[in-house]
Write a protein that binds this ligand. Structure first.
Ligand SMILES: Cc1cc2nc3c(=O)[nH]c(=O)nc-3n(C[C@H](O)[C@H](O)[C@H](O)COP(=O)(O)OP(=O)(O)OC[C@H]3O[C@@H](n4cnc5c(N)ncnc54)[C@H](O)[C@@H]3O)c2cc1C
Length: 253
C-alpha cells in the first residue's frame, strides 16, 4: 500500500456485557483489570470505552477508560488509577472482583488511535504520557512492536515515582528490545540511576527528550487535562504542526 494509507478497521460500537476475568495491583493506587467481553469486535490501539456500573437499586454511573490491549481478541485490558473522593474509580480499584458483571460501550475514539501504516518513509511517532495517560500509549507501543512496524517510536512518560509506573515490565521489555525508546520523567522521587533529579516536565525537558519538529513526527499526548494542555502548547511553540498533535484528556483540573 503506498502513500501512507492507514490500515483502519471499521468496528461497530455497541454496549456489551463484560465479566471481570482478572484484577491485580498495577501501582500502589491503580489496578489492572482484564475483562472478558464475548461480543467485543476488537479495537485499534489507543481506543477507549465507556464502562457502566449498576447498583442493586438501579443507580448507574459510567466513566471512560482507555484500552491497554488492541487487536481482535475478546479480552479487554484496562488500568484504572484511583481518583480520591471520586465516584467510580475507588470502586473499581478497591471493590471490583473476578466474576463481577459490568457493561462496556465501545470501542470509541477513532481519532486517538495508532495503526500500522505502509509508508515508503515511515514518520517517527512521539508518545507523551502523564500518569495513567500512558494506558492508550502503551497499547500503541505494544501494537507497533507486535506489527514489526518500521517507524521510530519514543515514549516520554511523566510519572510521580518509579512505583507509579504503569506497565513497568512491559515498557522495560519494549525498551530493551529496541522497539521503543523510553524517557521517564519522575516528578516526585527518581531512582538513583536516573539522569535528572525529580521535577515536573518543562518545555526544556520536552525539547531535550522528544523527537524534534523538523523530523516530522506524529505526536500523541495523553493524561490529566492540565498536563495535556501544557504539553500541547509547548509542542506548538517548538514548531510542531497542530495537525500532527493528537490529544486525549482524562479530566481533572
Ligand atoms: C477518553 C478517556 C479515557 C480515560 N482513560 C482512563 C484510564 O485508562 N485510566 C484511568 O485511571 N482514568 C481514565 N480516564 C479518567 C476516568 O474517566 C475518570 O475520570 C476517573 O476514573 C475519575 O472518575 P471518578 O468517578 O472516580 O471521579 P469523579 O467522581 O468523576 O470526579 C471526582 C473529582 O476528581 C476530578 N477528576 C476526574 N477525573 C480526574 C482525573 N483523571 N484526574 C484527576 N482528577 C480527576 C473531578 O474533576 C472531580 O473533582 C479517562 C478519561 C477519558 C475522558
Amino acid at each position: 500500500m503506498a502513500g501512507g494509507a492507514v490500515l483502519v478497521t471499521r468496528r461497530p460500537t455497541a454496549w456489551h456485557a463484560a465479566t471481570v476475568a482478572d484484577v491485580r495491583a498495577e501501582t500502589p493506587t491503580a489496578k489492572r483489570i482484564e475483562l472478558d467481553v464475548p461480543t467485543w469486535p476488537g479495537n485499534d490501539a489507543g481506543a477507549h470505552l465507556d464502562l457502566r456500573l449498576t447498583a442493586p437499586d438501579g443507580y448507574q454511573a459510567s466513566r471512560s477508560y482507555s484500552i491497554a490491549s488492541s487487536g481482535e481478541g475478546t479480552r479487554v485490558l484496562l488500568a484504572v488509577d484511583e481518583v480520591p473522593e471520586g465516584e467510580v474509580s475507588p470502586f473499581l480499584v478497591h471493590d471490583l472482583r473476578v466474576g463481577d458483571q459490568i457493561e462496556v460501550h465501545g470501542p470509541l475514539g477513532a481519532f486517538f488511535v495508532w495503526t500500522p501504516r505502509a509508508e515508503e518513509s515511515p514518520r517517527p511517532v512521539q508518545l507523551i504520557a502523564g500518569g495513567s495517560g500512558v494506558v492508550p500509549l502503551y497499547a500503541m507501543a505494544q501494537a507497533h512492536a507486535d506489527a514489526g512496524d518500521a517507524s521510530e517510536f519514543r515514549l516520554l512518560y511523566s510519572v510521580r515515582t518509579p512505583a507509579d509506573v504503569f506497565f513497568a515490565d512491559e515498557l522495560a521489555a519494549l525498551a530493551n528490545s529496541g522497539a521503543v525508546e523510553l524517557d521517564l520523567v519522575y516528578t516526585r522521587a527518581a531512582p538513583p540511576e536516573a539522569s535528572l533529579p525529580p521535577g515536573r516536565l518543562t518545555p526544556e525537558r520536552l525539547r531535550g527528550a522528544a523527537v524534534p519538529a523538523d523530523e516530522n513526527p506524529r505526536v500523541y499526548v495523553c493524561g490529566p487535562t492540565p498536563f495535556v494542555e501544557a504539553v500541547s502548547r509547548w509542542l506548538l511553540d517548538a514548531g510542531h504542526r497542530p495537525g500532527d498533535i493528537r490529544t486525549e484528556r482524562f479530566g481533572g483540573s
